[in-house]
Design a protein around this ligand. Structure first.
Ligand code: TTP
Length: 191
């Protein structure tokens, strides 16, 4: 089997891939994650996932490099990670009491041939109504700061999640079942 390289510093992605029991190494390269204007959230996450994988693939001889990117799409607006506490409060204020979509793009690049498969998945997440005080208490936990949309479905934000339609793991940062489909196209059978 070819070596598998996860081009991600996200502990969530590392944990989800490790859960599958496959051997992989982690290599991360600096990538400009500035959001582009006038492209759909699906295109946005696909481009960033591909950029992350390509930045690592260019430096190695062989192996399958996996890149991923997650964004929240709410009321026509793309939300990345909050830049500070106030930004996190604002993000959650716009999310509470309704549904939004979480997009994760994944890219797998065969470093030896340059062959790439890039795709994405969307999951709908509905938040309960939250008071300003609850939002502030949640932000004070520190949990929102390195998460797209300013929340972690797998963490304390779970208290405020009303429902999820689609892949849960996609919200956490890696659509595991879709990734398995893509890896199979490169000859990697997980189970
Ligand atoms: C919505 C949501 C996002 N997230 C996380 C997943 C991602 O780690 C992060 C989105 O940021 P990303 O820029 O997609 O990823 P990253 O910077 O953490 O890691 P890398 O670029 O090295 O792969 O938000 C959660 O953990 N839980 C959630 O519920």
């Amino acid at each position: 089997m070819q070596p598998i390289i996860l081009a991600s510093a996200s502990p969530r992605r590392q944990e989800l891939l490790a859960n599958l029991g496959i051997d992989f190494v982690i290599r991360v390269s600096e990538v400009d994650e500035t959001l582009e204007e006038h492209i759909s959230p699906a295109q946005q996450v696909e481009r960033l996932a591909e950029r992350k994988a390509a930045a690592v693939a260019v430096d190695i001889q062989d192996g399958l490099v996996i890149g991923a990117d997650t964004l929240v799409f709410n009321a026509g607006q793309v939300l990345g990670k909050p830049i500070n506490r106030e930004d996190a409060v604002k993000m959650i204020e716009t999310l509470q009491g309704k549904s939004h979509e979480v997009f994760t793009g994944i890219a797998v690049i065969d470093a030896a041939t340059g062959q790439a498969v890039v795709t994405h998945q969307a999951t709908a997440v509905r938040f309960k109504s939250m008071t300003r005080e609850q939002i502030e208490r949640y932000v004070n936990t520190g949990e929102p700061m390195d998460k797209a949309g300013g929340y972690a479905v797998q963490g304390k934000a779970s208290v405020f999640i009303d429902s999820i339609r689609g892949c849960y793991y996609n919200v956490v940062g890696l659509p595991v079942s879709k990734l398995a489909d893509v890896l199979r196209r490169f000859g990697v059978e997980i189970i």
